[in-house]
Design a protein around this ligand. Structure first.
Ligand code: HEM
Length: 324
């Protein structure tokens, strides 16, 4: 009899465990009961900022990538250095050119005013990226929510691919995060908006024999950036990644790649590499397919390595942990 009770107890415990697990996981409408206006609040702040300065939208899209590819989409990127924890992700070299980080705080303050302690910074960033894509003319997509914020952030964990990484290494890197070659090419399509500092590509300009860069682009860029063996310009100029339509999520960037007109070496390699050239040509020729698939892959990017359930915390201020 006692044995039977123990068995029933075990089954009950298992059911409770399964019930707990079943309710974790990202979900569209996650804040329906606890912060029903979360979507609208984020969109309102983003729209106001964007109409004042449209360069914030590409900056946010890039921010999502830099957060999600390092320990998952957990807002670990947003933590600022303190005397006791002086080296969060933000100080790592690839993150030093991120822009508009302060907007996340503005969005979070608006969320906190409406529903204190409810919406995580990681979810806020995912929604901001979705709104950025839409504001730049991309296709709307649903964002499943319920991410939690990280309790640690370390610069030494930042291992983002560099613009001079080989495409083979980069494809491996993206595959390890769950992305196929097709999806990786789609994510490169984010470079259809925004800008790069000369320091990200100037090393390519001193190579006139580098047939992977169109000669007229090289000459223009020498004019903007100077040459790498000259003393660095005091201000590291920025130039559009897709000068044709720098504020439109569209497939124009792929046409740039096919004409050797990408500033970033790794993107350029995608136009000729056997594993990716077909996708580049396909998206260059199919604008609607790109728009649709780009939004799908952005939604997927936002789910990489998320913290769920009672892992991590919901930060009150995105730039610092709740307890120091
Ligand atoms: C191999 C992968 C990637 C590399 C090496 C790379 C590299 C870069 C570099 C060097 C810049 C210019 C930064 C600067 O000089 O200020 C940049 C900008 C940008 N990247 Fe990427 N990127 C990659 C993937 C992605 C992905 C997956 C996304 C998003 C889905 C993304 C979105 C952007 C955006 C929107 C900008 C413009 C940012 C702005 O205007 O501030 N990148 N990227």
């Amino acid at each position: 009899m006692r044995r039977r009770h123990a068995g029933v107890l075990l089954i009950l415990q298992l059911q409770i465990a399964v019930a707990a697990c079943c309710c974790w996981g990202l979900e569209v409408g996650y804040y329906g009961a606890t912060c029903p206006d979360a979507d609208a609040i984020v969109r309102q702040v983003m729209e106001r900022r964007f109409y004042n300065d449209n360069t914030v939208a590409p900056a946010i899209i890039r921010m999502l990538f830099h957060d999600c590819f390092v320990t998952g989409c957990d807002a670990s990127l947003l933590i600022v250095p303190t005397p006791t924890r002086p080296s969060p992700e933000r100080v790592a070299i690839p993150n030093q050119t991120l822009r508009a980080l302060n907007i996340v705080n503005a969005v979070k303050s608006a969320l906190e005013a409406a529903c204190p302690g409810v919406v995580s910074c990681a979810d806020a960033l995912a929604l901001m990226a979705r709104d950025s894509v839409a504001l730049l003319g991309g296709a709307a997509y649903d964002v499943a929510l319920g991410r939690r914020d990280a309790l640690h952030s370390n610069s030494w964990e930042v291992d983002l691919p560099a613009p001079f990484s080989s495409l083979d290494d980069t494809l491996r890197h993206f595959a390890a995060k769950g992305f196929t070659a097709d999806e990786t090419v789609l994510l490169f399509g984010a470079h259809t908006v925004g800008a790069a500092h000369c320091s990200s590509f100037r090393y390519r300009l001193a190579r006139p024999d580098d047939s992977t860069m169109d000669e007229s682009l090289r000459c223009d860029m020498v004019g903007v950036c100077g040459l790498a063996d000259q003393p660095a310009a005091a201000d590291d100029a920025m130039t559009f990644l897709d000068p044709v339509t720098p504020f439109a999520v569209d497939n124009a960037y792929y046409a740039q790649l096919m004409s050797n007109r990408s500033l970033l070496q790794v993107d350029q390699e995608a136009a000729t590499h056997a594993a990716t050239a077909g996708y580049v040509a396909y998206y260059a020729a199919n604008p609607d397919a790109f728009l649709q698939r780009f939004s799908e892959v952005m939604a997927k990017l936002g789910t990489v390595g998320v913290l769920e359930g009672d892992a991590g915390e919901v930060r009150t201020v995105c730039t610092k942990y709740n307890t120091s």
